[in-house]
Design a protein. Structure first.
Length: 469
């Protein structure tokens, strides 16, 4: 333990002498780190214990007693922060993330606020080599990019003038447990560590023992791969940094723009990261998926004039790629696109292709019969911008026979409820223009319903084709 700390502070001399907040859970890792740091005679060291309220009251009470007694013995100031019962579940539901991720977000928020409150610049956690391995396996299984597969970093800037450090990241849990035993440290055991409902526990108790048995050298191999990827990321970040010079970000106006030539000529990996760096200024919560960013990047690179991603609209204007907040349907199997002109529009798995066909008179066959014309809007029957979206409660269209509720129309088509949410509703500033089941890639019905329009019928036709809805 002491040798590991010596190595860390030798590699990061700027951390020596800084005031430290230590995340102290009461477990063997954090109590060993806290004890080792206290033995070094640091003048400014404070333990912060976060009570997440995810376990029984008796277990939390016993843990609190151990935490308080340990800090008294080490002569260290202690802050105990109690999370309101239900707050973690509420955050998990709101952000659609797991309990572990929600608890981690709340915990780091508390640690940052504590550091600011006590005027400390370093937050220290007890992540170790086993945590690193568990994290790498988890990220690999969840299709992480090179950013994630570089693993947990020993030192990271987390904003607000604060640094997050992990000084025992290279130390395995077995050695930490031996240190705690030799020092006769009191340890709290978290009962949730045995629960198979958490993915990290399943990795720890099922996957890692199997790897130990079948592939004895896997740990060194995985850690070596992570170090190589971390080195590769440095090169990628350098290229990205130069590309970001082409980005202009307006934080007050919540918009961004990128030189289109530089964007189009950049490799796909750089284009995706350029878009990702611009997204936070829109004020959207959560991380945008790599798949959505890749889809938007490919659309623009292939000649589309615009693309949509959840919460943002990306379009070309005067030689630049403009990024502005966009409308977004929230919920499963819903979509919402704002269409300003012909082109290809994508959002997640959904792709909409918009374009003009020849006037209707030119599509007649040799026998004088009109060609099939499903999934089209007649020129003059609508105005741009169009909205192409899923249905919503209360939708009404002003058809030839009068106002009709979309729910009633779709019932008359004998469509299942799930399919009704896939049917595209086309809308302009005057209301709903059409309901076009035939625009879908795999049309479930050849029925269509249009807004009452008595104008010319022989103009160009705007076709709408939808994939992935």
């Amino acid at each position: 333990m002491d040798r590991c700390l010596d190595t860390f502070f030798a590699d990061h001399p700027d951390a020596i002498g800084q005031e430290l907040i230590v995340a102290y859970s009461g477990g063997v890792d954090s109590v060993s780190l806290l004890s080792a740091l206290a033995s070094r005679g640091l003048n400014s060291l404070r333990a912060v214990h976060v009570m997440h309220n995810l376990r029984s009251a008796d277990e939390l009470r016993r843990e609190g007693e151990i935490v308080r007694e340990t800090c008294r013995e080490l002569h260290l100031p202690l802050t105990i922060a109690t999370v309101k019962p239900g707050a973690i579940q509420k955050l998990a539901d709101k952000k659609k993330i797991g309990i572990e991720a929600a608890a981690r977000e709340i915990r780091y928020g508390i640690l940052k606020r504590s550091a600011k409150r006590f005027g400390m610049s370093l937050i220290c956690t007890a992540h170790n080599a086993d945590d690193q391995l568990e994290t790498l396996i988890s990220r690999f299984l969840s299709a992480s990019s090179i950013d994630g597969l570089g693993g947990i970093q020993p030192l990271r800037d987390i904003g607000d003038g604060l640094l997050l450090i992990r000084p025992i990241l290279s130390l395995c849990r077995k050695d930490i447990e031996q240190y705690a035993l030799s020092k006769k440290l009191a340890v709290s055991t978290d009962s949730t560590n045995a629960s198979a409902s958490f993915s990290r526990n399943r990795i720890r108790h099922a996957i890692m023992p199997t790897l130990d048995r079948e592939f004895p050298g896997w740990k060194n191999g995985l850690l070596g791969t992570s170090r190589k990827l971390a080195d590769d990321k440095l090169v990628l970040d350098e290229v990205l940094g130069k590309a970001l010079d082409a980005c202009h970000v307006d934080t007050e106006g919540k918009k961004a723009s990128i030189d289109l030539g530089i964007f189009s000529s950049a490799p796909a990996a750089i284009r995706i990261r350029m878009l990702a760096r611009c997204m936070p200024i829109l004020g959207r919560e959560g991380r945008l998926s790599w798949k959505a960013l890749r889809s938007a990047s490919e659309s623009i690179a292939q000649g589309a004039s615009a693309a949509d991603v959840p919460g943002a609209r990306i379009f070309i204007s005067d030689g630049r790629l403009e990024i502005v907040p966009g409308l977004d349907f929230h919920g499963e199997d819903k979509y919402f696109f704002v269409i300003s002109s012909e082109g290809i529009y994508r959002c997640g798995p959904t792709e909409i292709t918009i374009g003009w066909d020849a006037p209707e008179a030119e599509t007649q066959g040799s026998g004088g019969r009109k060609a099939e014309s499903k999934g089209y809007l007649i020129e003059g029957s609508f105005v741009f911008p169009l909205i192409v979206r899923s249905r919503k409660a209360g939708d009404v269209i002003r058809a030839v026979e009068g106002e009709k509720r979309l729910d009633d129309i779709m019932k008359s088509w004998h469509l299942d409820k799930g399919i009704r949410d896939m049917i595209p509703v086309i809308e302009d500033r005057e209301g709903i223009v059409a309901v076009l089941p035939s625009s879908l890639e795999a049309a479930h019905s050849h029925n269509e319903k249009f807004r009452n329009y008595a104008g010319p019928q022989n103009g160009r036709r705007l076709y709408i084709r939808i994939k992935g809805a």
